[in-house]
Structures are given as C-alpha cells and as structure tokens.
Ligand binder design. Structure first.
Ligand SMILES: CC(C)(COP(=O)(O)OP(=O)(O)OC[C@H]1O[C@@H](n2cnc3c(N)ncnc32)[C@H](O)[C@@H]1OP(=O)(O)O)[C@@H](O)C(=O)NCCC(=O)NCCS
Length: 152
C-alpha cells in the first residue's frame, strides 16, 4: 500500500505544488507507473522517485528528498535503485527532464552518466527551459558500480 499523503508532503516541500496529492494519486493509477521511497526508521518517508516504464525506456517523473535530508546520498541511492530495477524489468535507457537552473539535480544525473540530449525552450509554467537528459542504462549501472567499488 503506497502512502500517497507522505509522498505528496515531500513533493509539496520540494516543488511547492498545492495539487501534489492529486498528482501523485493520479500517477499511481497507471499500471506502468513505478514508485520507490526511502524511509528512515523513527523518521518516516524522506525521499521518493517515480516514473513510467514504457517499452524499453524508463522515464523518471519526480525525484525528491525532503530539504532537511538532502545531500546525504538518498537521491543517489534511489536513482541507482531505479536504474537497477528498470534494467531488470527490460528497460535499456532512462530519460528525464530537468530545469536548466537546477544544477544540483543535473550533478546527480551526470554522476550516473546522463547527458543532455535535447532542450525544450520555455517548457515550464514560469518560462524556464527544460533540459532532456538521457542515459543508456548500462552506462548508469557501470557508473553506480564504479562509485561503490572503484575502478574494476
Ligand atoms: C535533486 C535532489 C533529488 C538530490 O537529492 P539528494 O538526496 O540531496 O541527493 P544526494 O545526496 O545523493 O546528492 C547527489 C549529488 O547531487 C548534487 N547535489 C545535491 N544537492 C546539491 C546542492 N544543494 N548543491 C549542489 N549539488 C547538489 C551533488 O553532486 C551530490 O553529490 P555529492 O553530495 O557527492 O556532491 C534534491 O536536491 C531535491 O529533492 N531537490 C528538489 C527537487 C528536485 O529538484 N528534484 C529534481 C527534479 S528534476
């Protein structure tokens, strides 16, 4: 059973969307949607990632860590888990959109071999551009393994 209010609280804290709960609930009605969460004992849910597995591609929609728990490796852990799960479920690439100004998220993705493959001008409501970043899953797996175990 997915705790939609807890996920929505993270979404709201990170993106400030009032309609977070409806958005997440709608997302989870789709059979091809996947969501993974990070929960800490005695704290509760602190981060989540979600997206769609479409044919051989996994499309990440949201990745978010509560502000007070950021920069502790949770985003990386969730992204690595998605990469592994998506690969084992038949995906061969991961794709996502990120705001041009969101350099923190871009650093997270670059560390897993994502590259910018397209730009969408004025894509967001406030007019900011979106960068489309993509990684062949095998590259992300290798990058995750290198981060964990060093060169091999
Ligand atoms: C992007 C986000 C999910 C990263 O989650 P996190 O749990 O902090 O991730 P990690 O601790 O694993 O950090 C991974 C890397 O991201 C980069 N990063 C994360 N936060 C950063 C910050 N505030 N400033 C600069 N770089 C940052 C760093 O390269 C970091 O690696 P390092 O700590 O070894 O230097 C988190 O910042 C977040 O929730 N932001 C708000 C929502 C958002 O923008 N989501 C992405 C939408 S595309």
């Amino acid at each position: 059973m997915v705790d939609v209010p807890a996920i929505a609280a993270i979404e709201r804290a990170c993106f400030g969307r009032d309609e977070a709960e409806d958005l997440i609930a709608a997302e989870l009605t789709r059979g091809w949607a996947r969501v993974w969460v990070a929960e800490l004992q005695a704290v509760g849910m602190v981060a989540f990632i979600d997206g769609w597995l479409v044919a051989d591609e996994f499309e990440v929609h949201f990745v978010a860590t509560l502000p007070e728990w950021q920069r502790k490796g949770l985003g990386t852990m969730l992204l690595d888990y998605v990469v592994f799960q998506a690969f084992s479920q038949g995906a061969r690439s991961v794709v996502l959109e990120v705001r041009r100004g969101n350099t923190a998220a871009q650093a997270l993705y670059r560390a897993r071999d994502f590259e910018i493959v397209a730009e969408r001008r004025g894509y967001y409501d406030d007019g900011e551009d979106a960068l489309v970043m993509r990684s062949p899953l095998e590259s992300s797996l290798v990058a995750a393994r290198r981060a964990a175990y060093g060169d091999f």
